[in-house]
Ligand binder design. Sequence first.
Ligand code: COA
Length: 263
Amino acid sequence: MTTRYFSENLLAGRTAFVTGGGTGITGGIARELASYGARVALVSRRMENLEAAARLIQDAGGEAFAVAADVRDAAQIENAFNLTREKFGDINIVVNGAAGNFLCPASELSPNGFGTVIDIDLKGTFNVCRAAFDDLKKSGGCILNISATLQYLGTPLQIHASAAKAGVDALTKNLAVEWGRFQIRTNAIAPGPIGDTEGVKRLVPEHVKDKLIKRIPVGRMGVIDDIAQTAVFLCSDAAAYINGAIIVVDGGQWLAASSLVGE
Ligand code: COA
């Protein structure tokens, strides 16, 4: 059981639409939103992951519903919104966590490989925000995008993901400005290396891990809960005046990336 930092009914009566909601960081965010009373629609390509994730939430006493949709396909997303609305009513919270990534040198990356990650991370985020607009306008809701810190520096083997996440940051700021007047808040979390995720398993080779940890000022990798607690705060009324913020949650890792902390 994770520590309860907020009041129990913080998100009661709200409906959250969480993409990539089955596993990893967004799975953790979905569980935490549900634990504070939000009804959660879990949306991603693979139904098997989603159903297991929905069961976890239901077993803990929360309300969750799994819907398979690819964020690259606007019609599938529209359908997922319709199903969520029928089941849980208007959507108040949108979390864009669906992402694809792999390590590849720019010199070997195919145009389709580059485009695929842009399509999922960046265009997918736009597709979902666009489809959510009417609901969020009605409910004065919020958007939370999951970004990264890769794009703050030049990160080898990550040109595709860095470009996509730089786009997600731009989209976060633009929507904050365009949609703020409808009382829609748009923010992002930029997670650093989160140890208990598929992303770190896939992207941080074992022999690099110890060196990486030594360079994180707080001396540890993050855990999914570090991101989930920030997400609960940003999606709650406690963050009512936060709009267009990109909150880095990385223990100070990227700021120290070129320093000799721990050397
Ligand atoms: N290295 C280089 N190129 C790669 C690659 C890799 N490891 N994995 C995929 N690609 C390229 C493919 O070769 C293809 O390009 P091509 O047609 O020129 O050959 C292109 O990317 C699309 O690949 P495909 O497998 O058809 O796409 P997909 O839509 O099924 O999968 C990915 C999407 C590529 C993001 C895939 O890695 C994936 O589904 N990952 C799981 C989810 C994930 O990554 N989560 C994030 C963890 S941080």
